[in-house]
Write a protein that binds this ligand. Structure first.
Ligand code: GAL
Length: 339
Protein backbone atom coordinates (compact mmCIF):
# COMPACT_ATOMS: atom_id res chain seq x y z
CA UNK A 1 0.00 0.00 0.00
CA UNK A 2 1.40 3.42 -0.97
CA UNK A 3 1.56 5.74 2.02
CA UNK A 4 3.61 8.74 1.01
CA UNK A 5 1.49 10.45 -1.63
CA UNK A 6 -0.97 13.07 -0.43
CA UNK A 7 -4.23 12.63 -2.29
CA UNK A 8 -4.84 16.10 -3.69
CA UNK A 9 -7.56 15.44 -6.20
CA UNK A 10 -10.36 17.96 -6.11
CA UNK A 11 -12.26 17.31 -2.93
CA UNK A 12 -15.29 15.87 -4.67
CA UNK A 13 -13.27 13.49 -6.80
CA UNK A 14 -11.08 12.31 -3.96
CA UNK A 15 -13.97 11.31 -1.81
CA UNK A 16 -16.03 9.74 -4.54
CA UNK A 17 -13.04 7.59 -5.57
CA UNK A 18 -12.75 6.50 -1.97
CA UNK A 19 -16.44 5.83 -1.58
CA UNK A 20 -16.75 3.93 -4.83
CA UNK A 21 -13.84 1.75 -3.75
CA UNK A 22 -15.17 1.08 -0.31
CA UNK A 23 -18.85 0.98 -1.21
CA UNK A 24 -18.38 -2.16 -3.29
CA UNK A 25 -16.38 -3.98 -0.68
CA UNK A 26 -18.59 -3.32 2.29
CA UNK A 27 -21.40 -5.30 0.71
CA UNK A 28 -19.17 -8.22 -0.20
CA UNK A 29 -20.41 -11.48 1.23
CA UNK A 30 -17.88 -13.70 -0.52
CA UNK A 31 -15.13 -12.94 1.99
CA UNK A 32 -14.98 -15.87 4.40
CA UNK A 33 -12.89 -13.91 6.90
CA UNK A 34 -15.45 -11.12 7.10
CA UNK A 35 -16.40 -10.29 10.66
CA UNK A 36 -20.06 -10.36 11.61
CA UNK A 37 -19.68 -7.94 14.48
CA UNK A 38 -17.45 -4.89 14.82
CA UNK A 39 -16.77 -2.42 17.63
CA UNK A 40 -15.69 1.09 16.75
CA UNK A 41 -14.70 3.82 19.21
CA UNK A 42 -15.57 7.40 18.21
CA UNK A 43 -13.71 10.01 20.26
CA UNK A 44 -14.95 13.61 20.12
CA UNK A 45 -12.85 16.58 21.22
CA UNK A 46 -16.06 18.30 22.47
CA UNK A 47 -19.51 16.81 22.08
CA UNK A 48 -21.27 20.17 22.36
CA UNK A 49 -19.44 21.68 19.38
CA UNK A 50 -22.23 22.32 16.84
CA UNK A 51 -20.39 20.98 13.80
CA UNK A 52 -18.94 17.96 15.61
CA UNK A 53 -22.29 16.93 17.07
CA UNK A 54 -23.83 17.01 13.57
CA UNK A 55 -20.97 14.91 12.23
CA UNK A 56 -21.42 12.45 15.07
CA UNK A 57 -25.10 12.02 14.16
CA UNK A 58 -24.14 11.38 10.55
CA UNK A 59 -21.60 8.72 11.61
CA UNK A 60 -24.35 7.00 13.61
CA UNK A 61 -26.64 7.08 10.58
CA UNK A 62 -23.90 5.54 8.44
CA UNK A 63 -23.43 2.75 10.98
CA UNK A 64 -27.18 1.98 11.02
CA UNK A 65 -27.29 1.95 7.23
CA UNK A 66 -24.26 -0.34 7.10
CA UNK A 67 -25.87 -2.79 9.54
CA UNK A 68 -29.01 -2.95 7.43
CA UNK A 69 -27.11 -3.39 4.18
CA UNK A 70 -24.52 -5.94 5.34
CA UNK A 71 -26.01 -7.67 8.36
CA UNK A 72 -22.77 -6.91 10.23
CA UNK A 73 -23.56 -5.81 13.78
CA UNK A 74 -21.88 -2.49 14.63
CA UNK A 75 -21.24 -1.26 18.15
CA UNK A 76 -20.30 2.43 18.13
CA UNK A 77 -18.91 3.69 21.41
CA UNK A 78 -19.04 7.48 21.30
CA UNK A 79 -16.95 9.31 23.89
CA UNK A 80 -16.76 13.02 24.62
CA UNK A 81 -13.39 14.33 25.91
CA UNK A 82 -14.97 17.70 26.79
CA UNK A 83 -11.85 19.49 25.63
CA UNK A 84 -9.34 17.48 27.69
CA UNK A 85 -6.57 15.52 25.98
CA UNK A 86 -5.90 13.57 29.19
CA UNK A 87 -9.52 12.45 29.30
CA UNK A 88 -9.36 11.43 25.66
CA UNK A 89 -6.17 9.39 26.21
CA UNK A 90 -7.85 7.51 29.08
CA UNK A 91 -10.93 6.92 26.92
CA UNK A 92 -8.72 5.50 24.16
CA UNK A 93 -6.91 3.22 26.63
CA UNK A 94 -10.20 1.93 28.00
CA UNK A 95 -11.68 1.20 24.58
CA UNK A 96 -8.51 -0.60 23.51
CA UNK A 97 -8.64 -2.66 26.69
CA UNK A 98 -12.27 -3.57 25.93
CA UNK A 99 -11.23 -4.74 22.48
CA UNK A 100 -12.05 -2.12 19.87
CA UNK A 101 -11.60 -2.93 16.13
CA UNK A 102 -10.92 0.68 15.05
CA UNK A 103 -10.62 4.13 16.60
CA UNK A 104 -12.13 7.23 14.97
CA UNK A 105 -10.40 10.12 16.68
CA UNK A 106 -11.33 13.80 16.66
CA UNK A 107 -8.20 14.64 18.61
CA UNK A 108 -8.28 17.37 21.24
CA UNK A 109 -4.67 18.45 20.80
CA UNK A 110 -3.29 17.78 17.31
CA UNK A 111 0.22 17.67 18.68
CA UNK A 112 -0.67 14.79 21.01
CA UNK A 113 -1.62 12.41 18.20
CA UNK A 114 1.57 10.40 18.71
CA UNK A 115 0.39 9.34 22.18
CA UNK A 116 -2.83 7.92 20.72
CA UNK A 117 -0.89 6.34 17.85
CA UNK A 118 1.53 4.60 20.26
CA UNK A 119 -1.35 3.03 22.17
CA UNK A 120 -3.17 2.01 18.98
CA UNK A 121 -0.06 0.51 17.39
CA UNK A 122 0.68 -1.50 20.53
CA UNK A 123 -2.83 -2.95 20.29
CA UNK A 124 -2.66 -3.27 16.46
CA UNK A 125 -5.83 -1.16 16.18
CA UNK A 126 -6.21 1.23 13.21
CA UNK A 127 -6.90 4.93 13.73
CA UNK A 128 -8.95 7.27 11.56
CA UNK A 129 -8.35 10.83 12.66
CA UNK A 130 -10.96 13.32 11.52
CA UNK A 131 -11.63 17.07 11.50
CA UNK A 132 -8.57 17.91 13.60
CA UNK A 133 -5.60 17.07 11.44
CA UNK A 134 -2.79 15.06 13.02
CA UNK A 135 0.72 16.25 12.21
CA UNK A 136 1.84 14.75 8.88
CA UNK A 137 4.93 13.09 10.37
CA UNK A 138 2.68 11.21 12.79
CA UNK A 139 0.38 9.93 10.05
CA UNK A 140 3.35 8.47 8.19
CA UNK A 141 4.32 6.28 11.13
CA UNK A 142 2.06 3.34 10.29
CA UNK A 143 -0.04 2.09 7.38
CA UNK A 144 -3.18 1.85 9.53
CA UNK A 145 -3.47 5.61 10.09
CA UNK A 146 -5.84 7.83 8.11
CA UNK A 147 -7.18 11.37 8.16
CA UNK A 148 -10.61 12.45 6.90
CA UNK A 149 -11.41 16.15 6.65
CA UNK A 150 -12.12 19.06 4.35
CA UNK A 151 -9.41 21.02 2.63
CA UNK A 152 -9.07 24.20 4.69
CA UNK A 153 -7.62 26.29 1.89
CA UNK A 154 -10.46 25.31 -0.42
CA UNK A 155 -12.99 26.29 2.28
CA UNK A 156 -11.30 29.65 2.73
CA UNK A 157 -11.12 30.45 -0.96
CA UNK A 158 -14.84 29.61 -1.30
CA UNK A 159 -15.65 31.88 1.65
CA UNK A 160 -13.56 34.75 0.29
CA UNK A 161 -15.22 34.39 -3.09
CA UNK A 162 -18.65 35.02 -1.50
CA UNK A 163 -17.46 38.53 -0.56
CA UNK A 164 -15.74 39.11 -3.91
CA UNK A 165 -18.96 38.20 -5.75
CA UNK A 166 -21.06 40.47 -3.53
CA UNK A 167 -18.66 43.37 -4.06
CA UNK A 168 -18.60 42.86 -7.80
CA UNK A 169 -22.39 42.84 -7.92
CA UNK A 170 -22.70 45.96 -5.79
CA UNK A 171 -19.67 47.53 -4.03
CA UNK A 172 -21.93 49.49 -1.67
CA UNK A 173 -23.49 46.31 -0.32
CA UNK A 174 -20.18 45.84 1.54
CA UNK A 175 -18.99 49.45 1.69
CA UNK A 176 -22.11 50.83 3.33
CA UNK A 177 -20.53 54.16 4.37
CA UNK A 178 -19.25 54.59 0.81
CA UNK A 179 -15.74 55.62 1.85
CA UNK A 180 -14.08 53.40 -0.77
CA UNK A 181 -12.95 50.81 1.80
CA UNK A 182 -14.55 47.65 3.13
CA UNK A 183 -13.84 47.68 6.85
CA UNK A 184 -14.00 44.29 8.51
CA UNK A 185 -13.57 42.50 11.80
CA UNK A 186 -12.41 38.91 12.04
CA UNK A 187 -13.52 36.10 14.35
CA UNK A 188 -11.10 33.20 14.55
CA UNK A 189 -11.33 29.63 15.88
CA UNK A 190 -8.81 27.92 18.16
CA UNK A 191 -5.24 29.13 17.61
CA UNK A 192 -3.78 25.62 17.35
CA UNK A 193 -6.38 24.36 14.86
CA UNK A 194 -5.18 24.01 11.27
CA UNK A 195 -8.55 25.28 10.02
CA UNK A 196 -8.35 28.62 11.87
CA UNK A 197 -4.93 29.52 10.54
CA UNK A 198 -5.52 28.48 6.95
CA UNK A 199 -9.11 29.77 6.75
CA UNK A 200 -8.06 33.19 7.98
CA UNK A 201 -5.08 33.51 5.68
CA UNK A 202 -6.75 32.33 2.47
CA UNK A 203 -10.11 33.96 2.98
CA UNK A 204 -8.51 37.40 3.36
CA UNK A 205 -6.09 36.72 0.51
CA UNK A 206 -8.94 35.72 -1.81
CA UNK A 207 -10.93 38.84 -1.02
CA UNK A 208 -7.88 41.05 -1.63
CA UNK A 209 -6.98 39.19 -4.84
CA UNK A 210 -10.57 39.70 -5.97
CA UNK A 211 -10.02 43.47 -5.90
CA UNK A 212 -12.01 44.30 -2.76
CA UNK A 213 -10.35 47.26 -0.91
CA UNK A 214 -10.26 45.56 2.49
CA UNK A 215 -9.37 47.33 5.70
CA UNK A 216 -9.02 45.40 8.92
CA UNK A 217 -10.43 47.12 12.01
CA UNK A 218 -9.67 44.36 14.50
CA UNK A 219 -9.91 40.65 15.12
CA UNK A 220 -9.95 38.11 17.91
CA UNK A 221 -10.08 34.47 18.90
CA UNK A 222 -13.47 33.09 19.92
CA UNK A 223 -12.55 29.36 19.83
CA UNK A 224 -15.46 28.44 17.50
CA UNK A 225 -17.96 29.50 20.22
CA UNK A 226 -21.07 31.60 19.86
CA UNK A 227 -20.90 33.18 23.33
CA UNK A 228 -17.23 34.17 23.03
CA UNK A 229 -17.88 35.67 19.60
CA UNK A 230 -20.84 37.60 20.90
CA UNK A 231 -18.78 39.11 23.74
CA UNK A 232 -16.00 40.19 21.38
CA UNK A 233 -18.43 41.65 18.86
CA UNK A 234 -20.16 43.62 21.59
CA UNK A 235 -16.85 45.31 22.49
CA UNK A 236 -16.04 45.98 18.84
CA UNK A 237 -19.43 47.59 18.24
CA UNK A 238 -18.76 49.89 21.21
CA UNK A 239 -15.34 50.82 19.81
CA UNK A 240 -15.97 50.96 16.05
CA UNK A 241 -19.75 51.38 15.80
CA UNK A 242 -20.93 51.94 12.26
CA UNK A 243 -17.45 51.58 10.81
CA UNK A 244 -17.93 47.80 10.89
CA UNK A 245 -19.16 46.73 7.47
CA UNK A 246 -18.19 43.06 7.26
CA UNK A 247 -17.61 40.27 9.80
CA UNK A 248 -15.48 37.38 8.53
CA UNK A 249 -15.95 34.32 10.73
CA UNK A 250 -14.02 31.04 10.76
CA UNK A 251 -17.33 29.21 11.43
CA UNK A 252 -21.10 29.71 11.60
CA UNK A 253 -21.39 29.50 15.38
CA UNK A 254 -19.16 32.56 15.76
CA UNK A 255 -21.13 34.34 13.02
CA UNK A 256 -24.31 33.66 15.03
CA UNK A 257 -22.59 35.05 18.14
CA UNK A 258 -21.66 38.22 16.23
CA UNK A 259 -25.27 38.45 15.04
CA UNK A 260 -26.49 38.21 18.65
CA UNK A 261 -24.39 41.28 19.49
CA UNK A 262 -25.51 43.11 16.34
CA UNK A 263 -29.14 42.48 17.25
CA UNK A 264 -28.60 43.57 20.88
CA UNK A 265 -27.08 46.82 19.60
CA UNK A 266 -30.20 47.42 17.47
CA UNK A 267 -28.29 47.48 14.18
CA UNK A 268 -30.59 46.90 11.21
CA UNK A 269 -30.71 43.32 9.84
CA UNK A 270 -28.44 42.92 6.83
CA UNK A 271 -26.60 46.25 7.33
CA UNK A 272 -23.43 44.44 8.42
CA UNK A 273 -22.50 41.55 6.15
CA UNK A 274 -21.40 38.30 7.80
CA UNK A 275 -19.82 35.19 6.32
CA UNK A 276 -19.38 31.87 8.10
CA UNK A 277 -18.38 28.26 7.47
CA UNK A 278 -20.02 24.85 8.22
CA UNK A 279 -23.65 25.24 7.09
CA UNK A 280 -25.03 24.39 10.54
CA UNK A 281 -28.85 24.51 10.91
CA UNK A 282 -28.50 27.84 12.78
CA UNK A 283 -26.28 29.21 10.03
CA UNK A 284 -28.61 28.10 7.26
CA UNK A 285 -31.60 29.60 9.09
CA UNK A 286 -29.77 32.94 9.40
CA UNK A 287 -28.92 32.74 5.73
CA UNK A 288 -32.57 32.21 4.77
CA UNK A 289 -33.55 35.22 6.87
CA UNK A 290 -30.94 37.40 5.21
CA UNK A 291 -28.91 37.78 8.41
CA UNK A 292 -25.94 35.84 7.06
CA UNK A 293 -24.57 36.63 3.59
CA UNK A 294 -23.03 33.22 3.01
CA UNK A 295 -21.43 30.07 4.36
CA UNK A 296 -19.42 27.08 3.12
CA UNK A 297 -20.98 23.73 3.85
CA UNK A 298 -19.07 20.45 4.06
CA UNK A 299 -20.93 17.43 2.68
CA UNK A 300 -21.54 15.81 6.07
CA UNK A 301 -22.97 12.60 4.70
CA UNK A 302 -19.89 11.93 2.58
CA UNK A 303 -17.64 13.07 5.41
CA UNK A 304 -19.24 10.64 7.86
CA UNK A 305 -19.42 7.82 5.36
CA UNK A 306 -15.70 8.16 4.55
CA UNK A 307 -14.84 7.92 8.26
CA UNK A 308 -17.14 4.98 8.83
CA UNK A 309 -16.25 3.07 5.69
CA UNK A 310 -12.51 3.22 6.34
CA UNK A 311 -13.12 2.16 9.95
CA UNK A 312 -15.34 -0.76 8.99
CA UNK A 313 -12.98 -1.94 6.23
CA UNK A 314 -10.03 -1.83 8.63
CA UNK A 315 -12.13 -3.59 11.28
CA UNK A 316 -12.22 -6.71 9.13
CA UNK A 317 -15.75 -6.46 7.80
CA UNK A 318 -14.70 -5.24 4.36
CA UNK A 319 -12.01 -5.78 1.71
CA UNK A 320 -8.79 -4.14 2.84
CA UNK A 321 -7.32 -3.95 -0.65
CA UNK A 322 -9.99 -1.41 -1.55
CA UNK A 323 -8.79 1.10 1.06
CA UNK A 324 -7.55 4.42 -0.34
CA UNK A 325 -3.86 4.63 -1.20
CA UNK A 326 -3.29 7.95 0.52
CA UNK A 327 -3.77 8.44 4.26
CA UNK A 328 -5.60 11.72 3.50
CA UNK A 329 -9.23 11.86 2.38
CA UNK A 330 -10.77 15.24 1.55
CA UNK A 331 -14.54 15.70 1.50
CA UNK A 332 -16.48 17.92 -0.91
CA UNK A 333 -17.98 21.22 0.14
CA UNK A 334 -20.21 23.88 -1.41
CA UNK A 335 -21.12 27.53 -1.05
CA UNK A 336 -24.52 28.66 0.25
CA UNK A 337 -25.38 32.32 -0.34
CA UNK A 338 -28.33 34.51 0.54
CA UNK A 339 -29.83 35.65 -2.74
C1 GAL B 1 -13.99 23.07 12.22
C2 GAL B 1 -15.42 23.60 12.22
C3 GAL B 1 -15.66 24.30 13.52
C4 GAL B 1 -15.36 23.39 14.68
C5 GAL B 1 -13.97 22.79 14.55
C6 GAL B 1 -13.71 21.79 15.64
O1 GAL B 1 -13.72 22.40 11.02
O2 GAL B 1 -15.60 24.49 11.15
O3 GAL B 1 -16.99 24.76 13.60
O4 GAL B 1 -16.31 22.37 14.70
O5 GAL B 1 -13.80 22.19 13.29
O6 GAL B 1 -12.53 21.08 15.43
Amino acid sequence: MKRNGVCLLTAGLAISALLVGLGGCSKNTGNMDQKKEIRIGVFLYKGDDAFISMLQESIQEEARKYEQETGVEVTLNILDAKGSQNTQCSQVERQLALGCDALCVNIVDRFAASVVIDKAMAANTPVIFFNRDAVEEDLKRWEKLYYVGVDAKETAVLQGQILVDAYQKNPFSLDRNEDGRVSYVLLEGETSHQDSLIRTEWSIQTVKDGGVPLQKLTGGIANWERSQASALMEQWIETYGEQIEVVICNNDEMALGALDAIERAGILDGAVKLVGIDGTPGGVEALKNGKLLGTVEADRRKYASAIFEIASALSGSGEKEKLPESPYCWCPQRVLVHE
